[in-house]
Design a protein around this ligand. Sequence first.
Ligand code: BEZ
Ligand code: FE
Length: 308
Amino acid sequence: MTATDEAATGTLAAHTSSAQAAAEQDVTDRVLASFDGCTDTRLAELMAGLVRHLHAYIREVRLTEDEWNAAIRFLTDAGDITDDKRQEFILASDVLGASMQMIAVNNPTYGDATESTVFGPFFAEDAPRIELGGDVSGGASGQPCWVEGTVRDTDGNPVRGARVEVWEADDDGFYDAQYTDGRVAGRAWMETDADGGFRFWGLTPTPYPIPHDGPVGRLLAATGRSPVRPAHLHFMVTAPGLRTLVTHIFDADDPQLPIGDAVFGIKDSLVKKFEPQAPGAPAPDGRDLAGRTWARSRFDIVLAPEGM
Ligand code: BEZ
Ligand code: FE
């Protein structure tokens, strides 16, 4: 859009004379032209789009220098607080809905394939392997929860040997990485059996706030937003020839669910019952729960073909 076009549509007319608009457009045009020599066409497209939208934003909101400095300070603070355990830039992407928009763009719906949702910052590569029916809690506190399901492709065939990774917070709302004692808890992976089945003991998920003691938390507070996520259990499922699925299941009875999710991750298809079980109710695998209450849930997963 040229300066004249923008003035004509009224985008800038309220704030700028046409001479001012032309001067502003000239800055954008000169920056765009600076990529003319870029031989990587995709990089040139990415940079041009970024410059166009960034300049349009600055011009549309009439950004002040104090506001620009505050934005630079936000990024600086995000860098300062980020380390191998804390990833403030992922949090920023999540609370701005950029993570969910990336998922929408890159994981189009396909048949009855299970929907994806936000990855979050707490996945770790080095989770222990468990046998089917094993315990992912690793001593993390919370109510035991039996979770079972199957992995199938979109033709309904069971997927044998799919890698099912699970991770979750304890009932204080913390992932193992948020403790400083190096514990590995609330995470594990297993492989599906010949019927595509998986099963494990986890913890009944509870709602918790995302880390909000940094710049992202200050942004949420300043905008009157809650840092809380509804109760959920994370999954990543991989199998050769099939699209990797990153998702969660949410507890249908969690009172936080209708209130919302700080990172916009809720999808109706991912809301599942976590059925409460009375103390002494026999466990599916005969486990002795010593009179404790427990819960059970089911999650049947369908993987899209790779590249779809
Ligand atoms: C999580 O569910 O672990 C999470 C997701 C986004 C931001 C922070 C935490
Ligand atoms: Fe989580």
